[in-house]
Design a binder for this molecule. Structure first.
Ligand SMILES: C[S@@+](CC[C@H](N)C(=O)[O-])C[C@H]1O[C@@H](n2cnc3c(N)ncnc32)[C@H](O)[C@@H]1O
Length: 243
């Protein structure tokens, strides 16, 4: 009887190949089948991180998002288009596993931290063996880039998405010591407004492309751009108990 191949959700870290764990490094170097998400017309960020390590004989399964920001998440078509897409991706990945092949799914950052991999995971986890390889998240690289520690003593650290409603952002910012705001992009003006209303703006840093060649970290008050790139994070450092 055919033994099912294992699906590996491999975290690649924030964007530098030398920030991979040794486990991820070995799996990527030895992979015969890889899968990764990408936007149309791009090579895929996860692929880019892993590419120096991939074997020449590797078989690639690029999973190209049918939509990204063209349709609002509140539009009923959004869920249907994406769930059909994930279903198709899973059918292919499961067919590889069921024919005994291991598949390494390349994931930017940590696979279980706000990543698309989780949509594959939830659909395949009861149908084949799955292993998760944890990794350094983008936010760890971002606060390292600011050269200021993120959380001290019993500081509360809150992780927020720029896509949240302004009122939720404000309430959360009022209630926390330290904060990380991800998915900034075109939501930057709304986030800045929430930071100003809660008197946190002057303490905020923005980091673009953490751990990548074009990394940039600066106080948000010095950031002139109207919108931020997809790979950017706002950091509010905690100031808690210090002996
Ligand atoms: C879909 S989430 C993926 C998070 C990822 N799984 C992780 O562990 O960090 C994408 C968001 O993460 C943030 N991000 C991830 N890596 C980053 C990096 N190297 N530099 C800046 N932002 C990053 C950005 O805010 C981006 O919009």
């Amino acid at each position: 009887m055919n033994t099912k191949g294992t699906i590996y959700g491999v975290g690649l870290g924030p964007g530098a190949t030398d920030l991979l764990s040794m486990r991820a490094y070995k799996l990527v170097c030895e992979a015969r089948h890889i899968a990764f998400f990408k936007k149309a017309g791009r090579v895929g960020h996860a692929w880019q991180i892993a590419s120096p390590l991939l074997s020449k004989n590797v078989t690639e399964f690029p999973m190209e998002y049918p939509i990204t920001t063209e349709i609002s998440v509140s539009d009923p078509r959004y869920n249907k288009i994406l769930s059909d897409f994930y279903k198709e991706c899973c059918e292919h990945i499961l067919s590889l596993s069921h024919s005994g092949k291991d598949v390494v799914i390349l994931c930017e950052g940590d696979p279980f931290f706000y990543g698309s991999f989780m949509h594959i995971y939830s659909r395949v986890k009861d149908k084949c063996p799955v292993e998760i390889v944890p990794a350094i998240t983008g936010m760890s690289a971002a606060w390292a880039a600011t050269k200021v520690p993120i959380s001290w003593g019993d500081d509360i650290l809150t992780i927020l998405m720029g896509t949240l409603d302004a009122a939720i952002l404000e309430n959360q910012l009022r209630d926390t010591d330290a904060a990380v705001i991800m998915k900034i992009g075109r939501y930057l003006p709304k986030i800045k407004q929430a930071l100003k209303k809660t008197r946190r703006f002057d303490d905020a840093f923005i980091v673009e492309y953490a751990a990548m060649a074009k990394q940039r970290a600066l106080p948000l008050s010095d950031y002139g751009a109207e919108h931020a790139p997809y790979f950017s994070i706002i950091i509010l450092h905690g100031k808690g108990r210090r002996p």
